[in-house]
Design a protein around this ligand. Sequence first.
Ligand SMILES: Cc1cc2nc3c(=O)[nH]c(=O)nc-3n(C[C@H](O)[C@H](O)[C@H](O)COP(=O)(O)OP(=O)(O)OC[C@H]3O[C@@H](n4cnc5c(N)ncnc54)[C@H](O)[C@@H]3O)c2cc1C
Length: 173
Amino acid sequence: MNIYVLLKRTFDTEEKITLSNGKINEDGAEFIINPYDEYAVEEAIQVRDAQGGEVTVISVGTEEAEKQLRTALAMGADKAVLINIEDDIENGDQFTTAKIIGEYLKDKNADLIIAGNVAIDGGSGQVGPRVAEILGIPYITTITKLDIENGNVSVIRDVEGDSKRSKHLFHCW
Ligand SMILES: Cc1cc2nc3c(=O)[nH]c(=O)nc-3n(C[C@H](O)[C@H](O)[C@H](O)COP(=O)(O)OP(=O)(O)OC[C@H]3O[C@@H](n4cnc5c(N)ncnc54)[C@H](O)[C@@H]3O)c2cc1C
């Protein structure tokens, strides 16, 4: 399977964060893989180990995200792609990020794309569904368990404290 994981570099909420002029002061802040994206990398590696194929992690950001991408490689991802927009985009939003990722993925024949539930900084939960819409592929949000058997996918979703199983929602090649 050709598996992609969307990975965002974010600040570590376990560390002390200071603000200046209404923005997070990046000097001295610790940066990590967005925690939900770390789960996504782990899940992707498990799917690859069970089904075969390869895992590629993608981040849109600056060269500083290279560290988090290298961490994903050390976890077991096969490839990492940094889409460095530092010199091109000053003001971006979720639409911008999703459009860039969608454009990159459109000819990659992805079998499975996993994104985090939300980024713990921006926290809109928009990028994953927006990428799916751009690519014209089905998506399911808030997954807590993913099973792939004989090409069929079933998931457990978190639904406001409860969970719901959805079976054979779509075929996975
Ligand atoms: C150079 C640059 C300039 C920016 N300028 C602005 C600005 O002017 N104003 C502003 O408000 N925001 C700006 N941003 C932030 C950016 O728009 C959002 O943080 C980003 O779109 C993600 O939205 P979110 O944090 O709500 O993520 P969510 O939609 O909550 O993220 C959900 C999931 O989508 C995936 N994802 C999210 N972001 C990325 C990413 N960058 N790369 C790969 N996967 C990702 C991850 O899997 C994540 O778990 C900028 C970002 C960059 C890199």
